[in-house]
Design a protein around this ligand. Sequence first.
Ligand SMILES: Cc1cc2nc3c(=O)[nH]c(=O)nc-3n(C[C@H](O)[C@H](O)[C@H](O)COP(=O)(O)OP(=O)(O)OC[C@H]3O[C@@H](n4cnc5c(N)ncnc54)[C@H](O)[C@@H]3O)c2cc1C
Length: 403
Amino acid sequence: MINLETPKKFAPLIAQAHQVATEVFRPISRKYDLAEHEYPKELDMLASAIDGVNAGAGLDGAGAAGVRRESKGGDQGNRNGSNLSTVLSIMELCWGDVGLLLTMPRQGLGNAAIASVANEEQLARFDGRWAAMAITEPEAGSDSAAIRTTAVLDGEEYVLNGEKIYVTSGERADLVVVWATLDRTKGRAAIKSFVVERENPGLKLERLEHKLGIRASDTAAFRLEDCRVPKDDLLGSPEVDVKQGFGGAMQTFDNTRPLVAAMAVGLTRACLEEAREQLERAGVRVDHAAPAYTQHAAAARLQEMEADYEAARLLTLQAAWMADNSKPNSLHASMAKAKAGRTCVEVSLGCVELCGSLGYDERGLLEKWARDAKILDIFEGTQQIQLLIVARQLLGKTSADLR
Ligand SMILES: Cc1cc2nc3c(=O)[nH]c(=O)nc-3n(C[C@H](O)[C@H](O)[C@H](O)COP(=O)(O)OP(=O)(O)OC[C@H]3O[C@@H](n4cnc5c(N)ncnc54)[C@H](O)[C@@H]3O)c2cc1C
């Protein structure tokens, strides 16, 4: 059974994340929305402080690197571990600003990939480094099995060639986790992830994208040209096990999708709070004890959106809790990501609508949040792809049966 109260031991972490969101993120939110591609230098000091807080609090890790699954064997009872603490802190930080969270040093999705599949030696070697994740290519977006970047073993190194686009933190991170195939004829099973030093001369930065939202976060495109990577920097097993299929690399998504869902949940709450405040200023109060149909239409609409927010939040907590308790959570991770991504887009636009010109105006942050929201329904698998995964799991179909 899942206990729906937030575990008491995480209260200090949540309070600290909220303080960072209020005192650091919100005040510079608009500045870096306008100054796209400028590095938010305020985050450097903050990242070190957060590392110190995690260490001091004795947490397994409250950042993206904290999503490792510990398999200790036997019945561990109910465990509220680092997956749960990570989603809770991400929710708070994204209540502050999603773009700034995405550009926090050492909190990249590549860090989550390393935490998910690296061996102990690699984990120690890459500890404390900031890692971006490069899966997407011009011909491979939703269908990550279509990846064309190749990795060929040459002595003690793999040689990588290909193109990667839309790499979040690609310019700023220290490392890039690159997905490449060892053998295109062997399909999904041959896709492996490689940790590439950002300074590797074979990893060439082509451009930075201009975007609708999350403008504080850099999004890079790369070319890999005879990019030589030490053999030991392949994450997981180098064996191509056709029976296991995508297993290793895809396991990352079970851990990262709840994180992206948590970003959406945090942003949704920010929108709802802002809209509630604006409505109260206009004399419209929400009464949760009275039936919605007896209230002002705007109050009833807000309550509807709050219900969607709660559902998204609980699904996200459940997916993370399952990861902490070594339960298979692919279905729940996709349900959480689908629900939270859609809710965040609908609620942010709904709040702009309720607040009228105040919601659309650059003097407030609602218009920015409505722009920031859409990416959360796209990356780490779009809304449609999450629903496809949910359908496959519920109907017992394979990716070949249902695509
Ligand atoms: C700002 C930003 C940051 C990003 N960061 C990263 C990153 O750090 N690392 C990384 O690897 N990638 C990143 N991405 C890429 C992102 O993950 C992809 O954009 C996403 O997976 C969708 O792929 P696509 O854009 O090629 O769209 P497509 O796959 O071409 O999809 C287009 C549309 O068709 C729908 N569709 C596709 N297939 C199906 C299907 N079988 N059934 C139903 N509908 C379908 C999709 O849902 C979508 O609506 C980022 C993208 C953006 C915009």
